[in-house]
Each structure stands twice: as C-alpha cells, then as structure tokens.
Write a protein that binds this ligand. Structure first.
Ligand SMILES: Cc1cc2nc3c(=O)[nH]c(=O)nc-3n(C[C@H](O)[C@H](O)[C@H](O)COP(=O)(O)OP(=O)(O)OC[C@H]3O[C@@H](n4cnc5c(N)ncnc54)[C@H](O)[C@@H]3O)c2cc1C
Ligand code: SF4
Length: 486
C-alpha cells in the first residue's frame, strides 16, 4: 500500500485542512486553536475515551496508566496545577549540573497565549503572595480556590511562625459553587480521573470545545504509522493511519504531532525519508535527546488524625526558593501541596508505616529542575525508545530543598518527614525540542520540524526545558501559539 514519497488512494482515504495526531494537552489545544481559525481538523488517537469499570473516583494508576492510551493523554490523571513559567526560564540558567538551554522564544512571545490557555482551562489563581510572578496582560480568569480546613491552618502558621510566603496553586477546575460548577473539591485529583468531568483536562477543556465548533472530527482507536511527505521530503502531506486493521491515508497540508515524550520522537524517526534518513528533524541527531524533567520527592507535615477530615489539600505552594539566593548559587526548587495520596503500590513491608504517615499528615511534594544534555534521552527504533540516560538531577540543590522544607514545617509547628525514596521524574520535556540550530534541535521557533514545511510538534516534547513549575499550561499555551502560526 505505501511507498515512500507516493501514496496510492484507497476508498478509506480522505483529505482535510489539518490532521492532529494525539489528544493530550498539546494536541487538543492545537486542535482548538486551528478550529477557532476556521480549519477543518481530523484528530486521531490510538486509544479510546476513558471508561472506568465503575463510576467511583477511580485512580488511573489502578489501570496501569503509564501504558494507558486514552483521549486526553496524561492529563486525564494530572493534578491540574496550571502555572506560567517565569521570565528567566526562557533564558539559560546556571545549574549545578550545567546550564539550561534557553529558548528560541521569550516569555513575551508566549504571554498572550498563556492568557488564552488560562481562560480555556478555567484557571483559578492569584498573584498575591507569589514570588517572581511574571507580568500578565490579562487578569486571572477566576479567583483562587481558598485553602481548606487543616490546609488553611498550615498556611496561616507557615506565614505567622515561619515567615514564609505561601501562594495559591493555580488550578484548572470547573469550580464555581455559587453558579453550579461541577467540582466539589473532593480530596483526590492528582493521579485520578474525575467522574464529574470537573477537572479541566485536555479532553474536557480543549477537545470538546474544539468539536463544538463543528469543524473537528475525532477518530479513536486510530494509530499513526508514519507521517507522509512530498517526494522531495520537504513538505508534510498527511499521514498513514491504521484503524481496525485497515491502513488508510489522510491528506492534509498541516500536520500536528502530539504523541508525548516517547511517541513523538518514535513517529518522527519511523517517518524518515531519503531526504532525512535519520528521522524527520533529526539532521543534527537531536531527536529523542535533550530530555529534561523535574526531580520530585515527598515531604509530609505531620498532624495527628488530620486526614479524618477528608478535605482538599492541593491549594498552597511555596515558590520562594525558585531562584538562586545569597547563600546558594543555583535555583533550589519549590514546595507544592498534593491531593490525598492513597497507599497503593507500596510493598507489604512498608504499607503499615506508609498508611500511618499518610493518615496523619498534610501531603506536599518538593520539586526542582533536572537538566538536559545531549546524552539524556532515548535510543530510537521504529517501535521503541530505550532510555540512554535520564535528565541530570541537581542533587545538592534537591537535598537543600528537602532540608529547608523540613525546617520550615518545624518552624511552623509541624514535625516533618521526607522518606528517603528515590526521587522521580515529573513533567518531562525536550525530546523534539525547538531551537534555532538544527544541530541541537528538531523544530524551529514556530514548532515546525526543520526542513519539513507544514509539520508541527505541538506537545511537551517541543519545550526546550521544564523550568521549575508544572509544565501543562506552557504546553497548552505553546500549542495555541503554534496553531496561530501554522
Ligand atoms: C499523575 C500526573 C499528575 C500530573 N500533574 C500535573 C499538574 O498538576 N500540572 C501540570 O502542568 N502537569 C501535570 N502532569 C504532567 C502533564 O500531565 C503532562 O506534561 C502533559 O499532559 C503532557 O501532554 P502532551 O501533550 O505532551 O501529551 P500526552 O499526555 O503524553 O499525550 C499523548 C497522546 O498521544 C497518543 N499517541 C501516542 N502515539 C500515538 C500514535 N502513534 N498514534 C495515535 N496516537 C498516539 C497517546 O495515546 C496520548 O493520548 C502530571 C502528569 C501525571 C502523570
Ligand atoms: S477536586 Fe474537583 S476536579 Fe478534582 S477530581 Fe475532585 S471533583 Fe474532580
């Protein structure tokens, strides 16, 4: 059926203005941006709409969510903390393990799209008590969600006794008790699917409004096998897809790629042509490399029986150590509240201990940036991305962050525990990053793959670095920007 540079029509083939591959935060926001500009868009997703076996608030990790292909992608289980990066994050920053790369665009280039993404994702936030808040041209679309019950006590004591600046976590939720918002501020959100559709994930916040324009068709259970290009390999012409065992072609002059950390580089590699024999955008060998992320760990502020109250914790954050300080030459990191964590996936040996900690504490995580290098990332094959090296952890800065957080909670009157678990990587970016130099990047500053007109990478992989705050709003804003430039 398929020969490089040439497609043979079959009866399932069709054409549209734009084809978008994937339905995560980036792909769905790109789709919304295109539909708003009058384009007819086909969106394909290899998975299906998420249907839990019971209508309870089902934790997605019970469904092996690392391998779960669903409409909305990872955002179906995200915590909906929707932050703008800081202005400095767009420039190189000196870190313990080397400098961050700097972006080919500035905060000012993204600023209008941050505002649009905040409105789309119904972000509730405030600049009050926030350190190094970047300038904004539009107000927060919704007021912040107030700290609840024991979290409000903790915030007050952190301010009064520990002298900390405690801010609101900007949250993308349909929360509006006076006017019938669907969010009831239950104790779960991170790691969970919301049965009320109140969490502003990619499907609810961006894909559904896009479909409502009447210009968007979503095809689930449809896998992209490869991107198709013109015979000279210099222009995207559509993609070869497979659904129900049948292969067919969708022709489009705009192709948006949003398949996530591994999926996007695999697809660009698999779509190689004689013009780009190492993969599309991979002339300089940057594809699948320059993986950056966040190092994250837990700190529990102990308070006996506090979780009997079943309150919503995820409203407060402390970003005062975001930048370097007089006594530490590098950024230290941030502290952010989490929703209630269930003691799942913990070995029998530690389960009782873990249950006791979780029941008698407020749960927070600490996070700082893990930087990329040429070696961080994946060795690509047609179907696999094998880890070469993970992002480089700024270990001393992270240890300092844990220590300062424990001291801060103690000063506020809460004994604190930070279990010596191996830190994990959150909020990955970079494996198809944008940049000016094709030797060290895959896309240009418009998110268009180098030397392939019409092909745009629109997900988290195009961000050159992760900054030190949750990257979801930046993914969405950048995808809206890519749609405006496509
Ligand atoms: C538990 C958890 C909590 C989080 N909390 C937050 C938070 O509070 N704030 C925040 O900012 N971020 C958070 N994140 C991170 C955030 O969810 C991700 O950074 C973001 O959702 C990534 O979006 P993406 O557009 O890169 O694509 P993904 O979500 O990775 O989606 C990719 C999609 O492409 C599809 N796909 C892949 N290959 C193909 C193919 N060949 N053909 C067709 N379809 C394909 C996949 O099925 C998937 O649906 C969290 C993540 C997790 C897991
Ligand atoms: S906190 Fe709100 S949005 Fe999150 S899962 Fe609960 S009801 Fe849904």
């Amino acid at each position: 059926m398929f020969k490089q540079g040439r497609t043979i029509m079959n009866k399932d083939d069709f054409s549209c203005d734009a084809l978008v591959i994937g339905t995560g935060l980036g792909a769905s926001s790109f789709t919304y941006g295109l539909a708003k500009r009058g384009k007819d868009v086909v969106v394909i997703e290899q998975g299906d709409y998420f249907r839990p076996p019971s209508p309870d608030l089902a934790p997605l990790h019970n469904f092996n969510f690392a391998n779960l292909a669903i409409v909305g992608g990872l955002s179906k289980s995200y915590g909906a903390a929707m932050y703008r990066l800081r202005e400095r994050d767009f420039q190189p920053i000196e870190m313990e393990r080397g400098p961050t790369p700097g972006w080919p665009i500035s905060y000012a280039d993204l600023e209008p799209f941050y505002g649009e993404a905040e409105r789309l994702f119904k972000v509730h936030g405030s600049s009050e008590h926030e350190i190094a808040e970047p300038p904004r041209s539009t107000p927060w679309p919704y007021p912040p969600i107030e700290h609840q019950g024991p979290a409000a006590d903790l915030v007050r004591r952190l301010r009064e006794k520990a002298g900390m600046s405690v801010s609101y976590v900007p949250l993308g939720k349909d929360y509006d008790p006076a006017n019938g918002g669907a969010c009831v501020l239950c104790r779960h959100c991170d790691g969970y699917w919301c049965p009320r559709d109140a969490k502003m994930d990619a499907e609810v916040a961006a894909l559904r409004p896009a479909v409502a324009t009447g210009r968007v068709r979503v095809m689930t259970h449809t896998e992209c096998l490869r991107i198709l290009t013109s015979p000279d390999g210099r222009r995207a012409t559509g993609a070869l897809l497979r659904r129900d065992g049948r292969e067919f072609t969708v022709h489009a002059s705009i192709v948006g790629l949003g398949c996530g950390l591994r999926g996007t580089p695999i697809l660009l590699y698999r779509s190689r042509t004689s013009a780009q024999p190492n993969g599309l955008g991979n002339g300089g060998g940057a594809l699948g490399r320059y993986w950056s992320a966040h190092t994250a760990g837990w700190v529990f502020a102990m308070s006996p029986f506090v979780q009997r109250q079943k309150f919503h914790q995820k409203t407060f954050a402390m970003n005062g150590w975001y930048e370097h300080s007089s006594d530490w030459p590098y950024p230290t990191g941030i502290v952010q509240s989490a929703c209630y964590i269930e003691p799942t996936g913990i070995s029998r040996r530690f389960r009782y201990f873990a249950q006791a900690i979780l029941a008698h504490s407020l749960h927070t995580f600490v996070m700082n940036e893990a930087v990329s290098s040429r070696e961080t990332g994946f060795a690509l094959s047609d179907n696999e991305a094998k880890t070469i090296a993970p992002p480089l952890e700024n270990v001393k800065s992270f240890a300092r962050l844990r220590r300062l957080t424990i001291q801060m909670y103690r000063a506020a009157g809460y004994p604190a525990i930070s279990p010596p678990l191996k830190p994990t990587s959150y909020h990955s970016t970079g494996t198809a990053r944008m940049g000016r130099d094709p030797n060290t990047s895959v896309c240009d500053e418009r998110c268009q793959v180098h030397d392939v007109a019409g092909l745009h990478v629109v997900d988290s992989t195009v961000l050159p670095s992760s900054g030190c705050l949750n990257s979801g709003l930046t993914v969405a804003a950048n995808a809206l920007r890519a749609a405006a430039l496509a």
